[in-house]
Design a protein around this ligand. Structure first.
Ligand code: HEC
Ligand code: HEC
Ligand code: HEC
Ligand code: HEC
Length: 453
């Protein structure tokens, strides 16, 4: 009997020990200078399992041409995506559906009349488009060139998997809550890695601007050094949330010899904290009246963004997949900048290159001056002849692009003829598609090349 009890005890003990840790192998990767103890420890087996469990990113058509009539002019109630061509607008609608409501389809945001704004989901979605643009344009210090799309947070679901609400606490629910006085802590919330710490670090830090500080900046107690234990606990609660959301150790961002030292990753994280605050205050909070009561939290507030909303367990959301660049409606600055930033025209004795705006056969600004110089060259060299070739990008429909390339070549020919250059000295080549074309709207692709002999 004794032996059996012992054997059972040994088995139980073994099970307990096994349950306490992760089965090796473990891999560690140095994150900072030698001696700072900055390492990230991962278990490749668990990382591989997490990767395999991730749903596949929806496959969507590649960027098309933004040439042709604009959504603003064709539809009735387009307030944000008006600059897109009808084709690109439709591609964006298909993407929104795949990213946010693939099971529900277009009717998640639209009734019988697509122009109607009566469903709250459409009103929210329009604001979310503006929010995503703001992220990609104004928060590059955090999201870099990787950027964000609706999919970064939504992953095929109308409500992102990780959001936070202000919880019911004895403070905001004194009467008859039956919660007891828990001082806002010790509830083992998954969002803070089940720690017995304050369970709402979100309201003070990701909506409010409470200082996230533990260490004093002076050696001796002073007015500057009044951080309470409770304040430290809130800081640690947020830090647990951050570590859990990114799937990293504290030493991913901190040098454990001094938590107060700033590292590259900590700086990025600091921008992330400010960014989350900005999203919650400027975009989500003001939508409170738009959402139906069923979507609001226990205290009537709207769902808010935290680090987990985008990161969902990895240090770079979706493993650093750069999706945003394919969606001009969500990266307006990039689209506007490429349209404005044409390379300077080439105006040499034997060769001219002139660049055009998106969908345009007209030469403007600097490019028009380049054309003037070509005309001057041809007027001066009475015996030389020219060959004009119009180029177009690979984006959009071939027939429309060839027509556009032809019109661009005509622009240059007509300018020469108007200046008195004989027709026999001007030869037109067939429209050509440029070989390399980056992300739909490469300005270098929209050009006319002129060879002078
Ligand atoms: C997640 C919400 C959402 C989904 C899903 C969605 N749309 Fe939209 N749709 C919008 C928003 C927001 C606008 C307004 C855009 C703006 O103001 O720039 C819009 C506008 C439109 C318009 C312009 C209507 C007008 O006359 O003003 C059309 C057409 C349209 N959507 C078609 C579709 C189609 C087709 C689908 C399904 C493939 C779809 N949408 C799915 C949010 C959505
Ligand atoms: C930074 C994260 C984030 C990004 C990026 C984001 N959303 Fe959201 N979205 C949220 C949060 C948080 C909510 C509020 C959750 C809720 O509805 O309770 C929300 C709610 C919505 C809702 C309401 C859903 C419902 O059923 O209540 C729609 C529709 C929506 N988003 C569309 C979009 C579209 C379209 C995009 C891309 C243009 C987008 N979102 C990008 C975080 C995000
Ligand atoms: C992704 C980066 C990141 C991770 C991971 C992280 N922290 Fe932090 N930590 C920060 C940032 C950013 C601040 C400063 C915030 C501010 O100044 O607004 C900070 C501040 C702190 C402070 C206050 C330092 C001071 O100057 O008083 C302590 C203590 C701290 N973190 C501990 C931890 C612990 C413990 C963990 C692991 C559970 C952790 N951190 C994980 C980014 C991180
Ligand atoms: C709107 C989505 C979004 C939210 C919310 C967000 N992040 Fe990020 N974060 C990103 C993207 C995208 C990147 C990748 C940037 C890149 O590739 O350069 C990133 C990168 C980082 C990195 C650098 C990782 C590395 O390996 O270099 C850190 C650290 C980080 N985020 C911390 C945070 C913290 C802390 C929070 C919460 C306070 C947060 N993020 C909230 C989108 C987000």
């Amino acid at each position: 009997m004794k032996r059996i009890t012992l054997a059972v005890a040994a088995l139980v003990a073994a099970a307990l020990v096994a349950g306490c840790g992760e089965r090796p192998p473990m891999q560690s990767q140095q994150q900072g200078y030698r001696g700072t103890g900055m390492v990230q420890v991962d278990n490749p087996r668990i990382v591989a399992r997490q990767k395999a469990a991730e749903p596949a990113v929806p496959e969507l058509p590649p960027p098309g041409s933004n040439d042709g009539p604009k959504a603003r002019d064709v539809y009735q109630n387009v307030k944000v995506l008006g600059d897109l061509s009808v084709g690109e607008f439709t591609r964006h609608m298909v993407a929104l559906t795949q990213w946010v409501a693939p099971e529900q389809g277009c009717t998640y945001c639209h009734g019988a009349n697509f122009a109607d704004d009566s469903l709250y989901t459409k009103v929210v979605a329009r604001r979310m488009i503006e929010m995503t643009r703001h992220l990609n344009a104004d928060w590059t210090q955090h999201v870099g060139q990787t950027g964000v799309t609706c999919y970064t947070c939504h992953r095929g679901k109308p409500v992102p998997a990780q959001v936070s609400f202000a919880p019911l606490t004895p403070k905001n629910n004194r009467v008859g809550s039956g919660l007891g006085f828990d001082a806002g802590q010790n509830k083992a919330e998954p969002s803070i890695a089940l720690a017995s710490l304050p369970y709402d670090p979100f309201t003070p830090f990701l909506s409010g601007k409470e200082p996230i500080r533990v260490a004093g900046t002076q050696a001796l107690p002073s007015d500057d050094h009044r951080t309470s234990i409770k304040q430290a606990e809130f800081t640690y609660s947020l830090m647990n949330h951050i570590s859990k959301s990114l799937g990293v150790n504290c030493t991913f961002c901190h040098n454990t010899q001094s938590f107060a030292i700033w590292t590259d990753k900590r700086v990025t994280a600091w921008h992330g904290i400010n960014m989350a605050r900005d999203l919650n205050n400027a975009y989500l909070d003001p939508l409170q009246k738009t959402f139906p009561a069923s979507r609001l939290g226990p205290t009537g507030d709207v769902a808010k963004v935290n680090c987990g909303s985008c990161h969902q367990g990895v240090n770079k959301p979706l493993g650093g997949l750069a999706m945003a660049k394919d969606w001009p409606g969500l990266v307006p600055v990039v689209a506007a900048a490429t349209a404005a930033a044409l390379p300077p025209p080439v105006a040499e004795a034997t060769r001219s290159v002139l660049y055009f705006g998106v969908g345009s056969p007209v030469l403007e600004g600097e490019q028009a001056k380049g054309l003037d110089r070509l005309v001057a060259t041809m007027s001066a060299q009475k015996k030389s002849t020219v060959t004009i070739s119009g180029y177009h990008s690979a984006a959009g429909t071939l027939a429309a692009n060839q027509e556009l390339a032809k019109q661009r070549a005509f622009t240059v020919r007509d300018a020469l003829l108007a200046a008195g250059v004989a027709e026999t000295r001007v030869k037109l080549d067939k429209p050509k598609q440029t070989e390399a074309n980056v992300a739909g709207e490469d300005p270098v692709a929209r050009r006319v090349e002129v060879t002078v002999r």
